[in-house]
Write a protein that binds this ligand. Structure first.
Ligand code: 16G
Ligand code: MG
Length: 572
């Protein structure tokens, strides 16, 4: 870019940025696991800088399209957030996160100019390269204002863009990959929202070819963007294979978003959405506010609530796909791996290793860590207990599947179903709508009820506690332990070890939250009462560090028998 053009670009950026002054000059923002996320009124200036960075990222990626998703996922309606999507539909390259934060924290026009130049120089971006951005948002009312800030930045740097309006996060990831692969040997799909539905519906149809319909599922859409999008998807699905009922679809009332509904509520509270009164064994599931998380649940006789979380979806998917690989005659060529975090229930890990006989790898919390490890396997099944996850098929596995010559009719049907799953499962990111169809396919093939699914293993009693702290930065885990051991403060790990050894099959770890000013304490033990005791004691250690008393703020309800991950919060 010639000097004059560069200068003109700076002038345009400064002029446009003036409409979006930075709020809270004393606070530094970080680009965390979920991008930038905070109260929506703080976000316009950050959204502007995200526009600048998206343009640079696209230039750096040879003009490939970059995605910007405006959402705060399961947070309350007054929050919002933004995350960037890389050309193949995966999350922003981690090396760029620091630069995203640097730009977002520029306090004045001069710092913004310096920050912009710093990105260009350090990241070696050719300013005159072409660029393109696409973006979408969830149903939060603040999204419209944030779009203005984003497009002001894109206009200033003359980066063309397409506004896809409302979309789920995984739909935007799909669109980014589809856009960038449109002229490749294997296009990801048609470049439109319609293309997304067509791809999923067609794959679902093929995956169900050898299965009987298996009743109905009711989907709690968290009163978010998943509701209208699922309604669209249903229009494309075959009528006779699956009945999908939709509830919590009130997107016109922003206060309802994620409010006593949706995947986060169900998982953390261990109960259904407000008013849930499921008949015994009726199948339910819940999405979060941007439809990238999914959990199943149901009532047993006597209204005993049962949760089938991300661990359960992983085991179900791994068992089915493992069987298909074997039945197709590919087990010597393709291996499966399951990727979890330390929050996975120990019984799930044991089941995968001992019953399914598959390898398990444990990574730090956050989708990007699991995704990265799963992408290195032939077939990588990754899910966080909270319902984020998907199954990745490597290029090598896809080639092997495509060229495999089945030796019997049974091998052929298994191979056809496996091929259908390669298209059904979103390869860019965990996708609640795609995962929902995957679960339904597996249950139909296995002719299972939710109780059969639950019966595969029994969870170890467990509990998730939270201690609000002033400085979560002092809680550092030992590298390479997938957050299962604390490095500092050292006395906490010593005391924790002393506590844990008192309990049969006790397991407990502490890590700082990446999303709140809090420390999380997760524990498991052979007996439910032991777990309460153990996690409570470890929480006291943390509270005592700051010399304050534990004040319980909220406690989730426990289910009758196995109490999975009840939530207790204390403030320090
Ligand atoms: C973010 C992560 C999620 C993780 C959660 C942990 C993404 C898209 N989301 O929501 O994967 O489980 O943070 O929260 O990566 P925490 O650090 O507060 O425990
Ligand atoms: Mg989400």
């Amino acid at each position: 870019m010639a000097y004059n053009a560069e200068e003109a670009e700076f002038v345009a950026i400064e002029k446009a940025a003036a409409s979006f002054p930075r709020q809270l000059p004393d606070r530094d923002f970080t680009y965390g696991t979920a991008g930038f996320r905070m109260r929506a009124d703080l976000l316009p200036s950050i959204m502007f800088t995200v526009g600048l960075l998206a343009s640079l990222r696209s230039k750096k990626c040879n003009g490939n399209t970059i995605g910007v998703m405006i959402t705060a996922s399961h947070n309350p309606a007054e929050d919002n957030g933004v995350k960037l999507v890389d050309p193949m539909g995966d999350m922003l390259n981690v090396d760029w996160e620091w630069y995203a934060a640097g730009l977002a924290n520029a306090r004045d026009p001069e710092k913004l100019r310096n920050g912009y130049m710093h990105c260009i120089n350090k990241l070696k971006v050719d300013r005159s390269a072409p660029s393109k951005v696409i973006f979408a948002r969830d149903t939060r009312p603040s999204g419209a204002t944030l779009v203005k800030a984003l497009t002001a930045a894109l206009d200033a740097v003359k980066t063309p863009y397409i506004d896809y309006g409302y979309a789920t996060t995984p739909q935007l990831h799909y669109l980014v990959r589809a856009t960038n692969t449109v002229n490749s040997q294997y296009p990801y799909g048609e470049v439109s929202e319609e293309g997304y539905y067509k791809k999923l519906a067609e794959a679902f149809n093929r995956a169900m070819e050898f299965a009987k319909p298996n009743g109905a599922v009711t989907v709690d859409c968290a009163n978010g963007v998943g509701a209208p999008k699922l309604k669209e998807l249903i229009k494309h699905l075959p009528k006779d294979k699956l009945t999908i009922n939709i509830i919590n679809d009130q997107i016109e009332n922003p206060d309802k978003l994620n409010n006593r509904a949706g995947a986060d509520w169900v998982k953390t509270q261990q109960r259904g959405f407000e008013g849930f009164d499921g008949k015994p064994l009726d199948r339910y599931c819940a999405l979060d506010g941007d439809a990238d998380r999914l959990v199943y649940f149901f009532n047993e006789e006597g209204k005993v609530f049962r949760l089938l979380d991300g661990d359960r979806i992983a085991t179900l998917a791994a068992s089915f796909i493992g069987d298909l690989v074997r039945k197709a005659g590919l087990d010597n060529d393709i291996t499966l791996k399951v990727v979890q975090t330390a929050y996975a229930n120990g019984a799930a890990t044991k089941y995968v290793e001992q019953v399914l006989k598959l390898k398990v790898e444990c990574t730090p919390t956050g989708v990007k860590h699991l995704h990265h490890v799963a992408a290195q396997a032939d077939i990588g099944v990754y899910f966080e207990a909270n319902g984020h996850g998907t199954v990745l098929f490597s290029e090598r596995a896809l080639k092997t599947i495509r060229k495999h010559d089945p030796q019997s009719p049974a091998q052929l049907t298994a191979l056809d179903t496996l091929k259908a799953l390669c298209d059904l499962i979103n390869q860019t990111v965990g996708d609640a709508l795609s995962d929902l169809l995957l679960v339904e396919v597996v249950l139909a093939h296995k002719e299972w009820t939710v109780a059969d699914w639950l019966g595969t293993y029994k969870e170890f009693p467990n509990k998730l506690g939270k201690v609000n702290v002033r400085d979560r930065g002092m809680y550092q885990t030992v590298p390479g332990t997938a957050e299962r051991r604390l490095q500092s403060p050292p006395q906490v790990q010593i005391e924790l070890d002393n506590i844990v050894k008192k309990y049969r099959d006790g397991r407990c770890f502490v890590r700082a939250s990446g999303t709140e000013d809090a420390v999380r304490v997760y524990g498991e033990a052979a007996e439910a009462y032991d777990v309460d005791d153990m996690v409570g004691s470890v929480m006291s250690v943390i509270s005592n560090l700051s010399g304050q008393m534990i004040e319980p703020v909220s406690e989730g309800e426990k289910s009758a028998d196995v109490p999975p991950a009840t939530t207790t919060t204390t403030s320090v």
